[in-house]
Design a protein around this ligand. Sequence first.
Ligand code: SF4
Length: 362
Amino acid sequence: MAESTLHPWDRPAPERAGRPSAYALLPADFAALGAPGRSEHIFTQCQHPWAWVEGRPRLSREIREWMASSLDTALPEILERHASEDGSTKVVLGLADGQRIEAVHMPREVRNPRVTLCLSSQVGCAMGCTFCATGAMGIQRNLTAGEIVGQVLALLKELGPEKPHQITLVFMGMGEPLHNLEHVHRAIRVFNHPQGLNISTKRITVSTSGHVSGIEKLAKLAPRPWLAISLNATTDEARSAVMPVNRVWNLARLRHALAEWPLGAKEKLTIEYVLMDGVNDTVEDANRLANWMGPLRETHNLNLIRMNEHAASPFKEPVEARLEAFVARLKALGCFVTVRKSRGRDVQGACGQLIREESRRR
Ligand code: SF4
C-alpha cells in the first residue's frame, strides 16, 4: 500500500534498519530469531531493567553481540523530568525518529507501596476530544510495541519500583490505545508474561474514548486487560460536541458494547466522567448518567474527575457545590462513585493535560 493511502495512525514507526525491538520480543521470538542462548533467560534479562549493567541487560558478551547486530536495543530516552509536589513525575521521552511522548510516574502509599505508570500509546491522538490537550495536537503516528514496552522499562530503570508486583499500568496518556490495538496488545502480552514483569491483567487498564470496534476486538483477545471508558456526557448531542467519536459510536452503541464485555471474576469496568463547569455537571446529567449505566451502577466503578484546565481548552473545573450535588444524586441512585484525585496537575501531567511542549508553545 502506498504511504499516502495510510491514515497517520496506521503509519508504523520507522524501524531501525528493519530490526525488531528487543523489548517487544517474547521468549519464543528470541528462539525463532536464532538467539545464541536460552530464550527465557534473554527475555527475563531484557525485562528487568533494575538488574542491567551499564544500561544494558545482564547477558553474556556473545548474546549482547548477537543482539547488537540483529535487534534494535535502544530504549526511549528520558529527556525531561517534571516533579510534582504530590510526588508524581511527568516524564518526556524521546523516540528514535525525534518524536516525543509523555508518561507519568505516580507512586502512592495506601497499605503497600505501589506505583502507577500512565502510558502513551500514540504520538498525539486522532480522536479530537475538545477537553484534552493531546487531542489538540492531532495524530503523528502510532507507537510500536517496542516503544510502549521501552517506555515502561525506561521509567522503571530511572524511577523504579524494583518490584514488579508494585507496578500498575494504565493506558491513559497520549493517544487512543484502541487505535493502535495490535501494538498495545503485543506490549500487554510482554508485560503479562510470567518470565518478564509478570503484571497481572487486573493491574493493566486500557482506557478508551469509546472506540467500539476496538472494544469488541479487545474483548476477544487473551490476555485481556481491564477496561475503562471515558464517557463525559449524558446525551448524544452533548457527547458528540466534546468527543467526536460519539458521532460514529453513540451512547447506546457504547452501552451495548459494555454489556457484551466478557467480565472475569471480580473484574470491574471503570466509567470515567470528566466534570466540566456548566457543560455536564447538572443534577439532570447525574440522573441520565445513572440511567445510562443501568445495572452496571451497582457493580462498576464510576470515577468522577474534575476538569484539569489547560490553555488548549475553554472548559473549567466545576464549582464545588455542583460537584457535591452531582455526587449526592448519583449515590442516591445507587451508583458506586468516587471522585478521583488528579495527580501531577502542577506539572501539566494530569488527565487530559499531556501534550508535547513544542505543541503547547505553539
Ligand atoms: S482524551 Fe484520550 S482519546 Fe480523547 S483526544 Fe485525549 S488522548 Fe485522545
